[in-house]
Design a protein around this ligand. Sequence first.
Ligand SMILES: Nc1nc2c(ncn2[C@@H]2O[C@H](COP(=O)(O)OP(=O)(O)OP(=O)(O)O)[C@@H](O)[C@H]2O)c(=O)[nH]1
Length: 412
Amino acid sequence: MEIVILAVVIAVVALGAISGLVVSSRKKKQLPPAPPSSPSVTAPPAEPHVGEEAETPRPEPRRTVEEVELPPAEAPAADEPVVEPAAPEAPAAEEPRLEVPEPTAGRLVRLRARLSRSQNSLGKGLLTLLSREHLDEDTWEEIEDTLLTADVGVAPTQELVERLRERVKVLGTRTPEELRALLREELVALIGTDADRTVHTEPGVGVNGEEKPGVVMVVGVNGTGKTTTTGKLARVLVADGKSVVLGAADTFRAAAADQLQTWGERVGARTVRGPEGGDPASIAFDAVKEGIAEGADVVLVDTAGRLHTKTGLMDELGKVKRVVEKHGSVDEVLLVLDATTGQNGLTQARVFAEVVNITGIVLTKLDGTAKGGIIVQVQRELGVPVKLVGLGEGPDDLAPFEPEAFVDALLG
Ligand SMILES: Nc1nc2c(ncn2[C@@H]2O[C@H](COP(=O)(O)OP(=O)(O)OP(=O)(O)O)[C@@H](O)[C@H]2O)c(=O)[nH]1
């Protein structure tokens, strides 16, 4: 009897030891090996770390249930699933690192140094002249010249000088602070604060009742910074949390599509492009079509700025707009003007306005000119507000235009 009891005890102990081995072996198989360079001291060593799951499992010795030779009765329950290591996943293709554009709000304030450097003669020059003890006719003439040199334009200059004369007379003795406030008020009024300077990119309803992204067409002469501005605008929109599709409809200049695509890739915006010399209207059409299909927030269409003839260019622009409108409305047509070209820019603006309904102006290269007064002239000429200003070649050097911040930068 004792022998029987002893035999049973030995059998139980032996079975216990064997099943313990199996459990610990199976536990080990469920956990991926600790990474060789795992620096974590707080996490238990066997815990998976972020990123490990995506790795291809490394080979490890496996002991199967069969190999431990358990008697059938003592084997793990048949209905218990055998844990197999996860199928090796293909290593993730290396994603290009996306840039995070600077926030849009307050860009003009951040970039004000660029403005004050180039616009000193306008803001500070006017302030110095107005601060003279005797404001004689010669001084008023100098004030007028300063405004004209800064491209404010004849009619706006005369209006401003008249207002200043009146107000300075009423003021009598003037402190520098009073003069500054007065000049600020008049310059802001000249630029205007009532206009809607929002770049409209809200989604709308397409012709088939589907949700359509906001559509923005960017037009302007070559060299004004059109493609660069389209790329920078994509960054502004991405910074505001929107998804963007770019349409490279400038098929006249071979490198324009590559240039645009590079801008897009840096912030994760896809570029729809066609063959060199292809039909820009069909590329623009496809860009909006794809924007609708993938539920993008905004489609930005860059257009050509130069063709063999002016009539050819204008016909093409009109066609691009009409063809895009087969999907639904174009929400913004932004005209890009180079601030350094002065009157030439105004002539361009007139020509473009004849073919497409310009809804906003982007004034580029304001960092490189003392002629910021062109803002006043171009707005009057077209009856369209300046919505964005370019203040440098850097990717985030495009700012929403705010009259008060602009005038503050001028006055230093
Ligand atoms: N300083 C300065 N340079 C700018 C600004 N905006 C654009 N540029 C530069 O102007 C040059 C022309 O820019 P693009 O975007 O190629 O001009 P574009 O000719 O209108 O574009 P395409 O019609 O495609 O040829 C580039 O060297 C830009 O970096 C700006 O606000 N300030």
